[in-house]
Write a protein that binds this ligand. Structure first.
Ligand SMILES: [Zn+2]
Length: 406
């Protein structure tokens, strides 16, 4: 547990709720991968780090003990979902999000921008805000930067995120990207002006789609503002891995001298995260490992196992020999395959425990390699992706294999 720390590296202000210190970088320029230490009001997070997603103030099927055992240090909760249900004011009355969900470690809340624009029935968006149709009751609330910040302050997350307008990177026209990016910059300033909670950090979001000049301009505009960290948004969507890498190649050199943490939003396959770590990213989040687990897909060092396949019904081996997770310690592939075929609830918990343990262990190995100066060799030791330009490699895809060696 780390209490509020005085300014010791954050670029602005005299006392920040968050500090970030780099602990290892490559001196020879062979990689931009870096290890760091992010100190928040609810504890320290070693980076690069992966945040499991607790959409409704729970990582589906797990309790906080399961999460901690899997190696989670910081999780993400969704502002949009908690605003609609059970309501941020109710959570505040009940002591804030940490108390409400009994998670004492750091929490990052997103801004709601992605859900408002992508998931909800968006009705109207202009410089004032975004009006959408609730997926729960059909009501049409209006999200603004000021409301997003107020909701996140009521939830009491360690890190809040400025309200933005993301667009699908590959499917959007240059004009659409330009409008959304300009709006995101204006909303970033309004989010900063609205933010008052001294024990909560605030991150800004860089947009700009896949257009190099717009991405560069957005990087400079957001980095010029006194945020505590920088999110790279509008990726991990429908773009190819090569397009994502090109966008990061625009962003990261512009931030070379910037001391703040870099958070690539929405990326969750180990192979994709490894490349983004190589390009200098520090934080990640995704529903992917948990979602594919609930579908019966278990990530292992050689790829993936589909436990709904009948060939596992007589397989007495653990899903992954030597894995320390709750599933692999006590149960066989045959038992898990049976649970999935019988639609037993325990299947979801055990499978999710494994995939999150796998993903978080993968990040821990990457951190150790960076600190040891062996990250380039570690990265080369992974099997090359047979089809790196497959656009199905999105945050919602369940076709991705776990990375070799994770
Ligand atoms: Zn396991």
């Amino acid at each position: 547990m780390t209490s509020l720390a005085p300014d010791s590296g954050a670029p602005f202000g005299t006392a920040r709720p968050l500090t970030f210190q780099l602990t290892a970088t490559a001196a020879d320029g062979s990689t931009r991968a870096r290890a760091g230490r992010l100190a928040t009001p609810h504890g320290v997070v070693e980076t690069p780090a992966f945040m499991p997603v607790g959409t409704n103030a729970t990582v589906k099927a797990l309790d906080p003990d399961d999460l901690a055992e899997a190696g989670a240090h910081m999780i993400l909760a969704n502002t949009y979902h908690l605003y609609l249900r059970p309501g941020h004011e109710r959570i505040a009355r009940l002591g804030g999000l940490h108390a409400f969900m009994a998670w004492p470690r750091p929490i990052l809340t997103d801004s709601g921008g992605f859900q408002v624009v992508s998931l909800a029935g968006l009705r109207e968006i202009d410089d004032g805000g975004a009006t959408f149709r609730s997926h729960l009751d059909g009501s049409t609330p209006r999200f603004t930067p000021e409301l997003s910040i107020a909701v996140q302050e009521a939830l009491g997350s360690d890190i809040a995120v400025a309200f933005d307008q993301p667009v699908a990177p590959h499917a959007s026209s240059r004009a659409e990207v330009a409008v959304a990016t300009g709006r995101t910059h204006r909303w970033a300033e309004r989010s900063l002006a609205a933010h008052t909670r001294p024990d909560q950090a605030l991150f800004g979001i860089i947009q700009g789609g896949l257009e190099p000049d717009l991405r560069a301009a957005s990087t400079q505009a957001i980095a010029a503002l006194p945020f505590d960290g920088l999110c790279i948004g509008g990726l991990a969507g429908d773009e190819t891995a090569a397009q994502r890498a090109a966008a990061l190649e625009v962003v990261v050199p512009l931030l070379a001298a910037d001391p703040r943490p870099r958070y690539l939003m929405g990326l969750g396959s180990p192979g994709d995260m490894l490349e983004a770590i190589h390009q200098g990213m520090d934080l990640f989040d995704s529903v992917l490992p948990a979602r594919v687990a609930r579908n019966g897909t278990l990530w292992v060092p050689d790829g993936r196992l589909n436990l709904r396949n009948a060939r596992f019904l007589d397989d007495g081996a653990p899903v992954q020999a030597g894995c320390p997770c709750r599933l692999c310690r006590g149960f066989s592939r045959a038992y898990l395959a049976h649970l999935f075929r019988a639609d037993e609830l325990l299947a979801y918990r055990l499978a999710t425990c494994h995939n999150l343990t796998f993903t978080l262990d993968f990040m821990a190995r990457a951190r150790r390699a960076i600190r040891a100066g062996t990250f380039p060799a570690y990265r080369r030791s992974m099997a090359p992706d047979p089809n790196p330009d497959d656009p199905s490699r999105s945050r919602s895809s369940d076709t991705q294999a776990g990375a070799k060696g994770g």
